[in-house]
Design a protein around this ligand. Structure first.
Ligand SMILES: NC(=O)C1=CN([C@@H]2O[C@H](COP(=O)(O)OP(=O)(O)OC[C@H]3O[C@@H](n4cnc5c(N)ncnc54)[C@H](O)[C@@H]3O)[C@@H](O)[C@H]2O)C=CC1
Ligand SMILES: O=C(O)C(=O)[C@H](O)COP(=O)(O)O
Length: 334
């Protein structure tokens, strides 16, 4: 069985060796139709667009993306072509929640934002990530407003309530270009013009959920107080002026804890084994933090997004390299 695998998916080679002796590792954005022509399965990340151009005429029967988001899969084409696909729901949701938790602590430290009932956070999208962010904000004692019109939850509010009342707005929706609940440019010029409380805006979902030009204008005009951006339009060719203007700008690594990466690899291997009727190899576990690491109880010691932001701001052309060679980050003190 031939499996083509993105070479930047960590914690997976051991398990793959147990299920095939024909694994081919290729950089995600370099995977071509000829690489996959005789493959049975692919394990990809967000950097491989899986559609007709890549797959037509190939022997691929199964695709696992080791990510939560799957907007890089042309699911209509895959379904029509009889190619089974899967993502890894929730795999790195704890990691994104950790990122947001640390961001909130930084907003408190650097801008004096109170993390109590006097501050309202608006959470847009309450799935695997949004629900964990909600739990973090509630634990901190913040006032929480949630907008997720696809879920039947009476306490949820429409977007205009968040626009009016929130001091922090954070997006946790999938990227959808069409349909009643399309999210592409959900935060557009009109959205920014309706904001009442000069909120902090955070985007860790997908770059195009926030119109980056409109965001830049909102920042320049003072319509919003500051922005924290992990996912960008046109990654990795991001707007350098926007990067320089945001408080925190990171290279799409909110989900990059070792815990999240291990979950994604384990889930992808398990899905392939179950599809092809193979025995599943033992699950990987994340590495421990280096000996000597001291944790005194401040989350920022475990993870400080400003470190990632400073690295990106000092070398923006290294966007993809910084993702591919990401330092060990744990969600918990191991
Ligand atoms: N920056 C990063 O490293 C990461 C980014 N992500 C992104 O975050 C997104 C969310 O992840 P999950 O929570 O796991 O996905 P999920 O599918 O569990 O939840 C998404 C939620 O958004 C809601 N939603 C959809 N359209 C909406 C709209 N127009 N307005 C309000 N709510 C809407 C859905 O009903 C659902 O509850 C992923 O699709 C992915 O694009 C996920 C993991 C890591
Ligand atoms: O899971 C997702 O969705 C993400 O956006 C990932 O955390 C980042 O994806 P890759 O860098 O692994 O493609």
């Amino acid at each position: 069985m031939k499996i083509v695998i993105d070479d930047k998916i960590p914690y997976i080679r051991h398990a793959i060796e147990r299920i095939t002796d024909n694994a081919v590792y290729i950089s995600g954005s370099d995977i071509t139709a000829s690489d996959v022509a005789d493959a049975d399965a692919l394990i990809v990340r967000t950097r491989t667009y899986c559609g007709r151009e890549l797959l037509e005429g190939s022997s691929v029967k199964f695709i696992a993306t080791a990510t939560i988001g799957y907007d890089h899969l042309d699911t209509d084409y895959l379904d029509a072509a009889g190619i089974t696909w899967t993502n890894c729901p929730g795999c790195n949701s704890g990691s994104v929640a950790q990122y947001i938790h640390s961001v909130l602590l930084l907003l408190n430290r650097d801008f004096g934002l109170p993390l109590d009932g006097s501050t309202t956070i608006g959470i847009v999208g309450c799935g695997h990530v949004g629900s964990k962010v909600r739990a973090v904000a509630e634990r901190l004692g913040m006032k929480v407003l949630v907008c997720d019109p696809l879920l039947d939850e009476p306490s949820f509010v429409p977007m205009d309530v968040i626009e009016r009342l929130a001091d922090v707005i954070t997006f946790h929706v999938p990227l959808a270009s069409e349909g009643m609940y399309a999210t592409r440019h959900l935060a557009d010029e009109k959205f920014f013009s309706r904001l009442c409380r000069r909120p902090f805006v955070i985007n860790t979902s997908r770059g195009a959920v926030v119109d980056n030009d409109a965001l830049a204008m909102a920042l320049n005009s003072g319509r919003i107080r500051q922005a924290v951006i992990d996912t960008w339009e046109h990654e990795p060719d991001i707007s350098l002026s926007l990067l320089n203007n945001v408080y925190i700008g990171t290279p799409h690594i909110a989900g990059y804890s070792a815990d999240g990466k291990v979950n994604a690899s384990n889930m992808s291997v398990k899905a392939i084994c179950s599809f092809f009727g193979l025995e599943c190899p033992p699950q990987e576990v994340p590495p421990s933090l280096p000996e000597g690491f001291i944790y005194t109880g401040n989350m920022l010691e475990l993870y400080n997004p400003l470190d990632d932001s400073n690295r990106l701001k000092s070398a923006p052309s290294e966007f993809e390299n910084q993702r591919g060679n990401y330092p060990l980050r744990r969600e918990y003190v191991s």
